[in-house]
Design a protein around this ligand. Structure first.
Ligand SMILES: [Zn+2]
Length: 297
């Protein structure tokens, strides 16, 4: 997972979430444990930026069938003390200063989800949850998420307050908000597959497939037009082709019909298709003559 947080305030908000909601920190060195190494490293890197010396320990977790578990910890007691003072750690209410900006709210939720959240395999059922530790935190996080357009439901499990979402669209929104776009995309793909399997919304899917075709044909056209532009110049083309060539360069995703409508003298869709073919043939002839585009850096 690539770290999407460029701003220092956002990284601070993520670290704040991870430290504040820790069950054991700062009384004990361990902040949280995870099976995901990248995730442990993401948090550790941000803590290190604040000047903390962070340990990532790798243990075997007996209860989880000997899977590897990484624990993120700060051994140095003074550092723990400093972090406690700076971030007002403990079970006191959230310090709003750290999550003032909307970007920081999203970063805060990302930290919570990465360290204390989970998502069940969406192929079985949609379920995303965060362990909010105490009823007060649950309320506060719920309110903060609402400001970002996310509505968690609350439940209590084994003495822990759980915030959860079951609706797939809300889960997608949440994952997109916190920048977990890869898994968010994957979830969407699975949902699309399900939809196709159920023979619902078939047309939407067909349109998507057609759109893909349009774009790949267009990018070949754009390549040809660029080639002509860089070698002999667009004025080399017949006059009726020049306008279309410029239009295509500026509107790569546009359908033939839309392009046709934009020409100063509108022509039919097949007319546009014919002209684009002539442009590509021109490019092809130039290539055959040994004309080559200047090296691009
Ligand atoms: Zn921010």
């Amino acid at each position: 997972m690539k770290n999407p947080l460029r701003e220092f305030h956002c990284r601070g908000a993520l670290v704040y979430a991870v430290l504040k909601l820790s069950k054991s920190f700062p009384q004990e060195p361990t902040i949280f444990t995870t099976e995901n190494r990248e995730l442990a490293e993401e948090v550790a890197t941000m803590l290190a930026e604040l000047g903390a010396i962070v340990d990532i320990r790798r243990d075997l977790h007996r209860l989880k069938g000997d899977t590897e578990v990484y624990s993120v910890a700060i051994e140095h007691e003074n550092t723990r003390q400093l972090l406690q003072e700076y971030y007002h750690l403990g079970r006191s209410p959230l310090t709003k200063d750290f999550v003032e900006r909307s970007c920081c709210k999203a970063a805060f939720l990302r930290g919570l989800f990465l360290a204390y959240g989970s998502m069940t395999n969406p192929e079985k059922e949609y379920h995303l949850e965060i362990n909010a530790l105490t009823p007060m935190f649950a309320e506060e996080i719920h309110a903060l998420a609402v400001q970002c357009g996310i509505r968690f439901k609350m439940a209590r499990r084994k003495g822990c307050e759980i915030l959860y979402i079951k609706e797939s669209e809300q889960i997608e929104d949440f994952l997109t908000l916190i920048g977990a776009s890869t898994s968010s995309m994957k979830l969407m793909e699975i949902k699309v597959m399900k939809t196709v399997r159920n023979h619902v919304n078939r047309t939407t899917n067909c349109e998507t497939a057609n759109l893909g075709k349009t774009i790949s044909a267009a990018s070949a056209q754009v390549q040809d037009i660029r080639f002509i532009e860089q070698t002999v110049g667009l004025s080399y083309l017949d006059e009726d082709l020049q306008e279309l060539a410029k239009l295509r360069l500026e509107n790569e995703a546009m359908s033939l019909r839309e392009l046709a409508a934009m020409l100063s003298t509108p022509i039919s869709r097949s007319g546009v298709n014919h002209r684009l073919k002539r442009i590509s043939e021109t490019a092809e002839k130039l290539r055959e003559q040994g004309v080559t585009a200047p090296e691009t850096e």
